[in-house]
Design a protein around this ligand. Structure first.
Ligand SMILES: [Zn+2]
Length: 246
């Protein structure tokens, strides 16, 4: 182990050096040592990556196990007495970095868990609609109609006996945050009744929507899809993407 004239190992000074808070005298001797020591240079590079991640954003990956292990070993509670006497400032620095690191990892985990919960709700919805579509396809009375529009394909399943419909659409364009898609049941005189309000899940290539008719589905002869302000409209106001007659 290489030791400078103050009795500190060069390696121990690297974290303080990487944060720019090492005393000038120790800096000079550490820089001289770095020129000749490959392993200390690697250590410095690894620490700088960790520090950069902490300063800029949440770390996309945990730090190198070796770095974290060493920081933990340098905590006051993990140190033997002679060490404490010698290097208070470094221990406090290591403690600070460790707390930052743990806080960042914590926030990172919370964000990940929230993302998973959201995906689970979405998935539950997709599975329910998928099961309904399968049940409808197994029933001989179900009508299957193609969705035909520019760059959009899909199917509309209609079960007039049970007053349910399922719309499955591929490549539905993403909307602005203040917009939503709204499906409409259309009756023979052209009156529109809201059937569903939905936005595509950006994680899925298709969108599936189940709809229950407010009255007998036989009273309607078509289904239309429009873009509406977020929250939906009483009557269609936005551009229509397609209309399917059934
Ligand atoms: Zn070295």
């Amino acid at each position: 182990m290489l030791i400078d004239h103050q009795g500190t190992t060069f390696r121990e000074n690297i974290p303080a050096y990487s944060l720019g808070i090492l005393e000038a005298e120790a800096c000079v001797s550490l820089e001289a040592h770095l020129k000749t020591c490959e392993s200390c240079r690697t250590e410095l590079a690894a620490l700088r990556r960790v520090c950069d991640n902490l300063l800029v954003a949440l770390p996309p990956q945990p730090p190198l196990p070796r770095v974290r292990h060493r920081l933990q070993a340098d905590l006051p509670s993990a140190q033997r007495l002679p060490h404490l006497r010698r290097n208070w400032s470094f221990s406090q620095l290591a403690l600070g970095i460790s707390i930052l690191l743990l806080a960042a990892l914590n926030i990172f985990s919370i964000v990940q868990v929230q993302g998973l919960e959201h995906q689970q709700v979405q998935l539950g919805h997709e599975i329910q609609t998928g099961q309904l579509a399968l049940a409808m396809l197994a029933y001989p009375g179900t009508q299957t109609l193609p969705v035909k529009a520019e760059n959009i394909t899909g199917s509309l399943l209609i079960d007039k006996d049970r007053n349910v419909a399922v719309l499955i659409i591929w490549n539905l364009p993403r909307l602005h945050a203040n917009q939503t898609y709204q499906a409409w049941f259309i009756d023979p005189v052209g009156e529109r009744t809201s059937a569903a309000i939905f936005t595509p899940d950006p994680n899925l290539p298709f969108t599936s929507v189940s709809m229950i008719a407010p009255s007998n589905l036989s009273n309607f002869t078509g289904l239309g899809l429009t873009v509406e302000p977020a929250g939906g409209s009483q009557l269609p106001t936005g551009p229509r993407l397609f209309k399917i007659d059934f």
